[in-house]
Design a protein around this ligand. Structure first.
Ligand code: GTP
Length: 298
C-alpha cells in the first residue's frame, strides 16, 4: 500500500536510519523541527507522521498537540520516536494525541510493522470517509460533506486572513432534458457535467459538491474575486464546448447558470449566509435568461 511518510527529526543520522528502513516501501519526506512540520502540513497531508520527541524549539509532544488541534491535520496519525522507556514518558505520548510510539534505537521490523498498521488504518478511514461523503451517481462530494466542511474551511480562511470563494451552478432546463431524453440519459448528463466541473478545479483544496438534483456547489479556499471570475468563465466555456445536445433548451446544448460569492479576506464564517448569497446570485442568473454568471462580494 503506497503512502507518504513525514519524518520529523533534527538529527541527520537518526533520519538516515529511518529513511533506509522505510524508503523501499514508502515515499519519505523530512522536516527538521516542529515548526517546519506544522508549515509542511499546511500545504501537504502526509499519511503518517513519525515524530521525534526531543527536538530544539517546539518539541515533538507540543507539535503533535498543535496538529491535533487543527481540523486539517487532526486525523494524521503521529507515531512518536522516543528514547524514553519510562511509564510517565509513554503516558505523555498518548496524552499529546499520538497513535503509537517506537523506542530508539529503532528496530527495523518493529518500525515497518508499526508504520504499516497506521497506513492500513488510514487507508480504511479514507475509504469509509469517501463512502459517507461522496455522491454515488456523480462521484463528487455530497451535501453531508458540505455541511461538515464549509464552516471549518471558512474558519480556517478567517484565522489566516485569506480569500474564499463559493459558486453554485445549476443545469438549465434540466426537467426538459429528462422529459426529452429520459431519466437514464439525464443521469449520464449529470455525471458528465460533474466531471467537467471537477476538472475545472485543479487545486486539491477546492471541493465540488452535488448540492441538489442538478445543482452543484464548489468551495474554493484562497480564491479571490479575480480567481472566481476566471474559474466561473472557464467553467461556463467548458460546459458550452462539451456540446451536450439539449433539444429542449433555447441554447441547443447543456448550459449552466452560475452564482458566485467571494471575500478577499474572510470575516463571515456563517456557512448558511454563504450558501444563501450564492443561491441569490444563481437566482439572478436564472432571471437574466440563464447560461450566465452573477457574482457578488460577501
Ligand atoms: N436524471 C436525473 N434527473 C434528476 C436527478 N435529480 C434531479 N433531477 C431532475 O432535475 C430536474 C430539475 O428541474 P427544475 O428544478 O424544474 O429545473 P430546470 O428544469 O433545470 O429549470 P431551470 O433550473 O429553471 O433552468 C427535475 O426534472 C428532476 O427530476 C437525478 O439524479 N437524475
Amino acid at each position: 500500500m503506497h503512502a507518504n511518510i513525514l519524518v520529523v527529526e533534527d538529527d541527520d543520522i537518526n533520519f538516515l536510519v529511518i529513511h533506509k528502513i522505510l524508503s523501499s516501501n514508502y515515499t519519505v519526506e523530512r522536516c527538521v523541527s516542529g515548526d517546519d512540520c506544522i508549515k509542511f502540513c499546511e500545504s501537504k497531508t502526509p499519511d503518517v507522521i513519525l515524530m521525534d520527541v526531543e527536538m530544539p524549539g517546539l518539541d515533538g509532544l507540543e507539535t503533535c498537540k498543535v496538529l491535533k488541534n487543527r481540523d486539517v491535520t487532526k486525523d494524521i496519525p503521529v507515531i512518536f520516536v522516543t528514547s524514553h522507556r519510562e511509564d510517565h514518558e509513554q503516558t505523555l505520548c498518548w496524552q499529546a494525541g499520538g497513535s503509537d510510539f517506537v523506542i530508539k534505537p529503532v528496530n527495523a521490523l518493529t518500525l515497518l510493522h508499526r508504520v504499516g498498521a497506521q497506513v492500513k488504518l488510514q487507508y480504511q478511514y479514507k475509504k469509509l470517509k469517501k463512502m459517507v461523503f461522496v455522491d454515488g451517481l456523480t462521484q463528487v462530494y455530497n451535501r453531508h460533506y458540505l455541511t461538515s466542511e464549509l464552516v471549518k474551511r471558512l474558519s480556517y480562511a478567517k484565522r489566516n486572513g485569506t480569500a474564499f470563494s463559493l459558486l453554485m451552478a445549476d443545469i438549465d432546463w434540466f426537467k426538459k432534458y429528462n422529459d426529452f431524453y429520459g431519466h437514464l440519459t439525464g443521469d449520464e448528463c449529470l455525471k458528465q457535467v460533474a466531471q467537467i466541473i471537477e476538472t475545472n478545479h485543479l487545486r486539491g483544496e477546492d471541493a465540488v459538491v452535488r448540492y441538489g438534483g442538478e445543482e452543484f456547489v464548489c468551495i474554493m479556499p484562497q480564491v479571490d474575486k479575480y480567481g472566481l471570475e476566471t474559474l466561473t468563465n472557464k467553467l461556463k466555456q467548458r460546459i458550452e464546448e462539451a456540446y451536450i445536445s439539449h433539444e429542449g433548451s433555447p441554447f441547443g446544448n447543456i448550459t449552466l447558470s452560475i452564482g458566485g460569492v467571494y471575500s478577499n479576506s474572510v470575516s463571515n464564517v456563517d456557512d448558511e449566509k454563504w450558501l444563501q448569497a450564492a443561491d441569490e446570485q444563481l437566482y439572478l442568473s436564472k432571471q437574466s435568461g440563464r447560461n450566465c454568471i452573477t457574482i457578488k462580494e460577501l
